[in-house]
Design a protein. Structure first.
Length: 332
């Protein structure tokens, strides 16, 4: 009994869905193989086996189970979602020139940028093969739209990340693109494949959307107040990389002329000096933007939980509610 109490919601979800998740992992291993290009499974395995939570495919399986699905297509869709996620990570690390992910060297560092981009393209292609196999045009439409939205979000982030004119509405648009789009597609297709009602499919979409936004806001907040061992990132990485995330956007919106000049130098122009991170944290403390960002994350987590009210009261629904709480419980 004690073990159950101390389990995190995603661990409990993984345990409940363990048979299906095993089938998803087997399918991923099978479909990432390549007869003619051995580098493809090498690069893919490096990321796929890096110990991620597999949260997105679990959401697909959970949504399908919540709506009473008893077939096998949920496994294909869960693998599809993971392939799309892995492909975007490969591409992101090239764009961001990252050297580390989940505490390990990135694929582009171990191999090269060309390999990461091309293997990402291969995984996108594999994901479309899998979703077509379900025979559902609606599923194809949802996941194709999500893929386009993710790419759009990444391009928007590239142009908005260091622009002080970026406000909270643009930030939300970026977050919806780069994170929430795949969360909402993952939950939505689970309902579609289970032939749930339109209202239930919409509720699943709303849950995934709000959960994804809460997840990303929490992630951005942890960059400034998280434990490096737990997050795999050093405090202030986003600042050093000149990324305008919500805590900074809120500080810029209230800045004096002198403070705005500081943000212009450090974020827009990238001329950072010793002590600048401490100064940035001081300004965020002055305007309590970390607290305000945490409050926003809690609002989105509450929206996610509210969306589930339209779905059957089951153990899976309880786990999804707990998952929304857990996403923001990481915040101090």
């Amino acid at each position: 009994m004690d073990q159950v109490v101390t389990q995190k919601p995603h661990e409990l979800l993984a345990e409940t869905l363990s048979t299906k998740m095993a089938a998803v992992n087997t399918l991923i291993q099978t479909r990432m193989a390549s007869e003619h290009a051995p580098r493809i499974p090498e690069v893919t395995a490096h990321l796929v086996n890096a110990g991620g939570k597999r949260l997105r495919p679990m959401l697909t399986l959970a949504a399908a189970k919540l709506c009473g699905y008893a077939g096998e297509d949920d496994v294909k869709l869960a693998a599809t979602v993971e392939f799309i996620h892995t492909a975007t990570l490969l591409h992101d690390d090239v764009v961001d020139e990252s050297g580390q992910r989940r505490g390990r060297p990135t694929a582009n560092l171990l191999w090269d940028n060309k390999s990461s981009v091309l293997v990402g393209d291969y995984l996108f292609s594999r994901s479309f093969q899998l979703m077509v196999e379900t025979g559902s045009l609606q599923v194809l439409d949802i996941l194709a739209n999500a893929s386009a939205t993710i790419a759009e979000g990444e391009v928007l982030q590239m142009t908005a990340a260091s622009d002080l004119k970026t406000d909270e509405s643009i930030y939300l648009q970026v977050v919806r693109g780069k994170t929430a789009a795949l969360f909402s597609a993952a939950t939505q297709v689970g309902g579609v494949i289970a032939e749930a009602s339109d209202a239930q499919v919409q509720a699943l979409y709303d849950y995934g959307d709000a959960l994804g936004i809460a997840f990303q806001i929490a992630d951005d907040l942890l960059d400034y107040q998280g434990d490096a061992k737990a997050t795999g990132k050093n405090v202030g990485d986003d600042f050093r990389e000149r990324k305008l995330t919500l805590p900074v956007i809120k500080a810029v919106a209230q800045a004096t002329d002198e403070e705005r000049a500081f943000w212009t130098r450090t974020i827009e122009k990238g001329r950072q000096e010793d002590g600048d991170l401490e100064q940035a944290l001081t300004l965020m403390a002055k305007y309590q933007t970390l607290e305000a960002t945490r409050a926003d994350a809690l609002v989105w987590a509450a929206k996610a939980k509210d969306a589930l009210n339209a779905l059957p009261e089951t153990a899976i629904r309880t786990m999804l509610v707990d998952l929304a709480d857990y996403v923001v419980a990481r915040l101090h």
